[in-house]
Design a protein around this ligand. Structure first.
Ligand code: TMP
Ligand code: ASP
Length: 235
């Protein structure tokens, strides 16, 4: 049962439960972009992201990835292991897009010879600045060994996700992950995996992700619904 509200984020509220090490994540019908500058109520988004993220985390658990996901409770709620989130946005890019294309002045959609992992310091007041491994160490966000583990795990997750999305006709362009530590200090994949935090292009190059909202390309729930329907074709 939901108890006190522990944290209210842009896309989710986190509640305590009777169990110390277990929390409930409640997905909201709210979309934001550009660090909250653009913000709208989007009916149905909470349900779609909870469904999509639950399906993907369940598959990752079954593939042997250590995650915080326990079970889906309702349309908009899931049960998660409690972790202390490491304030790092771990981005993996398979193709150029978004801020990478802007930063380096390159077109979007160019395949990278090797996937590139980037770190951003998760701090709204600073607009989540781009940082490197040495900054991660300076900021005491993770040790050298932990950084190596997080990168390796991110690449492993990428191989799984790229194959699953390819099976349903979608190209995984890039994505953002967050990791946290449980009470024993074990690093678990946390947060969510949904079209809010990745880029997915269909065979015609259509955006099937939050870029629809960021760039005003249409109704985000329409494309999230397509992603959800396709994902259910996977076993
Ligand atoms: P970027 O190209 O804007 O840096 O985004 C890279 C990936 O990270 C993309 O899949 C969207 C995702 N992302 C988030 O999940 N949260 C954020 O705050 C930002 C800026 C990007
Ligand atoms: N997640 C950020 C926000 O909610 C930015 C983004 O996804 O574009 O404002």
């Amino acid at each position: 049962m939901k108890q006190s509200l522990l944290y209210s984020g842009k896309a989710k509220d986190i509640y305590a439960t009777e169990e110390d090490e277990v929390i409930i994540s409640c997905y909201k019908d709210q979309a934001t972009a550009f660090n909250g500058l653009k913000k709208e109520e989007v009916v149905g988004k909470g349900r779609l992201n909870n469904q999509i993220s639950s399906l993907i985390f369940d598959k990752l658990n079954r593939a042997g990835i250590a995650t915080h996901f326990l079970e889906k409770l309702s349309d908009t709620e899931q049960l998660n292991k409690k972790v202390a989130i490491i304030p790092l946005e771990v981005v993996l890019r398979n193709y150029t897009a978004g801020s990478f294309s802007k930063r380096f002045g390159v077109a979007e959609g160019i395949a990278l010879a090797q996937p590139i992992v980037e770190f951003y310091y998760k701090k709204d007041e600073l607009d989540d600045p781009f940082i490197n491994d040495e900054h991660v160490a300076f900021l005491n966000l993770a040790t050298t060994e932990e950084i190596a583990y997080i990168k390796e795990e991110t690449r492993k997750i990428n191989r799984l996700l790229t194959a699953w999305f390819s099976d349903i006709g979608l190209t995984l362009i890039d994505f953002k992950l967050e990791f946290g530590k449980d009470k024993d200090g074990k690093i678990l994949l946390a947060d969510e995996f949904s079209p809010d935090n990745c880029r997915l292009w269909d065979a015609d190059g259509n955006h099937m992700d939050k870029d629809v909202f960021r760039r005003g390309l249409g109704e985000m729930t329409d494309v999230y619904q397509v992603v959800w329907e396709k994902l259910q074709e996977l076993d």
